[in-house]
Design a protein around this ligand. Structure first.
Ligand SMILES: [Zn+2]
Length: 138
């Protein structure tokens, strides 16, 4: 591990590293081996990353985020311009697709990094090591 690379010290910092696709432990290595497949270990610090169980949470988060972006947009366009339905479809279907695909990796990364920070699933030994490293010994 390089001198500047330290474990995330807050849940928000860990989530931000995960959303950027970076290892929550060092912030340097890659969290993903491919588009949505989390790497087995960090290629920079060796932290085990395969303990995650993100399951469907990233998809649920994307639905919530998309709903908050699209519904006001659709209502605003309808109220102001009143276009026909095919115009709505031509606008909002591609927007939905691009935003959803664009949010997949950041949402999954944030969920995995939060699991890592909280020590959920198999990340608990890693959390114990982090806490032991910052806890002063007598
Ligand atoms: Zn790392």
């Amino acid at each position: 591990m390089s001198g500047a690379a330290q474990p995330a010290t807050s849940k928000f910092a860990a989530m931000l590293r995960g959303a950027r696709g970076r290892c929550p432990n060092c912030g340097e290595g890659k969290l993903f081996g491919s588009f949505l497949k989390v790497a087995e270990t960090c290629n920079h610090c060796g932290e085990e990353l395969n303990h995650h169980r993100a399951d469907d949470l990233p998809a649920y988060l994307i639905v919530v985020i998309l709903g908050h972006i699209l519904v006001p947009g659709v209502v605003w366009v309808e109220v102001v311009y009143s276009p026909s339905y095919w115009v709505h479809a031509a606008i909002w279907l591609p927007v939905t697709l691009v935003v959803a695909v664009g949010l997949l990796q950041p949402c999954k990364g944030a969920v995995v990094a939060t699991e890592w920070y909280l020590g959920l699933h198999g990340f608990f030994p890693s959390k114990q090591r982090r806490l032991a490293a910052i806890t002063p010994s007598n």
